[in-house]
Design a protein around this ligand. Structure first.
Ligand SMILES: [Zn+2]
Length: 254
């Protein structure tokens, strides 16, 4: 028998239990964040086996294979170990209050490729079921790269965040009318304008020191932002399009 919480889900769930889990901290009352990953390994089997190997101390609540098979690894009330050192909207240790989904894909290291339709369809149904169980602000549907931009690239610029948003999962910017065509902020610029952009990035949720210096950290955050919201150009430069999308997303949330 599947766990009772899964019976509303019209999906076939394949149990794949792992010891890589523990209790959520007692002060965490609500699960309010959804973190999406890619597995970044050569095969689904490699990734699944790693997530149940106690030596590696990694896991996720769910794993979605390329054919749409959904594996259940960790019960949602427990803490899975997927986020690592992380930050979003003023909070660290995202494992504490999030649900983690691993999406099978070799990733940038082993042959990054599009996410197949069967996989996306299964993922969307899984996310819908999760959102029926927990109150998750659309801005708290994030990629691993968003919450750990200096370490992570997943799920990356081939992941169809726009489609998720159309299905009611996460946010996506409207087309921006008139971006400032002269804007181009990049390393190693410094100054008030850099600080203003850093402030907008942290306001949206990214972890970043607002020091007015466009250094490596800021470049990583811009790159993560582009992988999520501006996938046609991922170069770490705060150009007109990137800036306009960021402003739009902040304005839409006010
Ligand atoms: Zn990840």
């Amino acid at each position: 028998m599947p766990p009772r919480e899964l019976t509303a889900l019209a999906l076939t769930i394949t149990p794949f239990p792992t010891p890589n889990q523990d209790e959520r901290p007692p002060e965490v009352n609500d699960i309010d964040t959804l973190v999406l990953h890619y597995t970044g390994m050569r095969s689904a089997n490699d990734a699944l086996n790693r997530m149940r190997d106690p030596v590696w101390k990694v896991s996720a609540h769910w794993c979605v294979d390329e054919d749409g098979t959904i594996y259940s690894l960790v019960p949602e009330e427990m803490r899975a170990w997927h986020a690592g050192v992380s930050w979003w909207r003023g909070r660290s240790n995202l494992n504490d209050h999030s649900i983690g989904i691993e999406i099978v894909n070799p990733g940038h290291e082993f042959g990054y490729r599009p996410f197949p339709a069967a996989q996306m369809n299964a993922l969307i149904q899984l996310c819908e079921a999760i959102q029926a169980r927990h109150v998750i602000d659309p801005r708290n549907v994030v990629g691993h790269a968003d919450i750990a931009p200096s370490r992570k690239r997943d799920p990356g610029e081939l992941f169809d965040w726009a489609r998720l948003a159309r299905e009611g999962i996460g946010v996506w910017p409207e087309p921006v009318a008139e971006p400032d065509p002269t804007l181009s902020v990049t390393r190693p610029e410094q100054g008030r304008h850099v600080r203003d952009w850093q402030s907008r990035l942290t306001q949206f949720g990214y972890g970043l020191y607002e020091d007015g210096v466009f250094g490596e950290e800021t470049e990583h955050v811009i790159t993560a932002f582009q992988r999520h919201f501006r996938q046609a150009r991922v170069d770490g430069v705060l150009d007109a399009g990137t800036g306009a999308i960021l402003k739009h997303l902040i304005a839409a949330d006010d």
